[in-house]
Design a protein around this ligand. Structure first.
Ligand code: FES
Length: 165
């Protein structure tokens, strides 16, 4: 049986390396966590938010649905309210459109232009969209309104991410 002796110099080297490594890990781990935290939370941003709208109350006529949720932006948490224009197609599919105009970002509303009924109308520069959100040719918007992902749970309408058409 051989007996290994550790010299005083080796003992100090081991001890200082261990303590130094422990302290370095204590400083680096919070930085790594801060850097990758948004990546870890990316999936949560795709979550659906419950509205107060019952799916059974939706008809073929678009209605304005406002819904609120808490949004965490860095260290700040705020309550945000979004809007969607929602209706049901003849085959029962739910369509939820963003109200943000694809010209310069004003807010569109359903059926407010007396000369062009049953369309979405943007009062800023007279932009118009058909009921399915497609921009009317010859008006300023150059793209259709974005669509919300939708789902139904316990009879309630949930809205998710915006998807370009
Ligand atoms: S912002 Fe809607 S038409 Fe210009």
């Amino acid at each position: 049986m051989s007996k290994q002796n550790v010299t005083r110099r080796q003992f100090l080297n081991y001890t200082l390396t261990g303590v130094g490594g422990f302290m370095a890990a204590g400083m680096i781990m919070p930085m790594v966590r801060f850097a990758i935290d948004p990546v870890l939370k990316a999936e949560a941003s795709g979550d659906f938010v419950a509205t107060k709208m019952k799916v059974s109350e939706l008809t073929g006529e678009p209605v304005r649905v406002d819904y609120s949720f808490d949004q965490k932006d860095g260290w700040y948490e705020t309550s945000q309210t979004n809007t969607a224009w929602v209706y049901k197609t003849d085959d029962g599919k739910i369509v939820a459109l963003s109200p943000i105009c694809k010209h310069l970002g004003c807010t569109v509303a359903w059926n407010t232009d007396k000369e062009n009924p049953n369309q979405f109308f943007c009062p800023c520069h007279y932009g118009r969209y058909t009921k399915d959100g497609v921009n009317v040719k010859g008006t300023p918007p150059i793209a259709p309104l974005d669509l919300y992902a939708t789902k139904e749970k316990d009879g309630i309408l949930y809205l998710g991410q915006l998807i370009p058409q």
